[in-house]
Design a protein around this ligand. Sequence first.
Ligand SMILES: [Zn+2]
Length: 306
Amino acid sequence: MYWKNSMKDRLIGHFTQGRPGPLVILIGGLHGNEIEGVRATERVFEQLKNYTINGEVIGLRGNLAAIAQHRRYLAYDLNRCWTEAHLRFLRSGAIEHSKPEDQEAIALLKIIDHYAEQSFSTKIIADLHTTSAQKGSFVIVPEYFANHPVVEALHIPIVVNMEYFLRGTLLNYSCERGFISFAFEGGQIGSLDAIDLHEAGIWSILLEAGVIEDAPANFKEDCASYLQQLASGLPNRVTAKSMHVVHEGANFSMKEGYFNFKPVYKGEVLAKDKDGPIVAPQDGLIFMPLYQKEGSDGFFIVDLQE
Ligand SMILES: [Zn+2]
């Protein structure tokens, strides 16, 4: 592959046996401190060679520079920069791309754009993340892909309509380019469970997509029941209703004790910043409360989908 040499560090694995079938691209560490998806992808690639494979499977590290420093990002968030204006900037050869994430984004953009032009039976990009709050296993996907068998095969809560609040995510760009793309959140940052959950989820994606020709009996069912058990008590499907944006220098601090999908009520104090308390704008379930310094999404309120 043309990018293989220059991308040696980025590439976790690239496996094909030349048989037709789907394309599955797994990206871990797009946020450099969320390394669990990288570890899970490494584990899967160690075992892929034991199977007959349809199509092609690619594993990538997202933000190499940030991974090396265990940080979410260095200059800017690699999962909020896939906007039209920024892509135009990245594609312009005449402009100096001096920030570390410029180089990271250009490298990923080349790969996505390359595969956007290739034909496969299905093309999937799974963007693997972990969250700073507890109970962080869910999949973020545009509503039009929410019933896709590969998404449902994850058996974890499905969160739709996040694209109305989060601009410039890699999954939005990938969907625009014709991929079935979603963010697969495997649990809490730093937890070993999150690696196991990601691994089971990746196998579920590969099995459901038809990548593994000679899957052992019960493999799919075993992954499914493991995932189902981890998601027990969590909602099946929710829709994003509102978001609290954290501005630079706001000194945002989330109140202790919140976790994904905990019910909250209108007027409840959820956090504070330099201007005072921040309350829930409506009843609902709190989602992705921010318990780390970096990041501009304070929290979301989601609601059970009818
Ligand atoms: Zn993330």
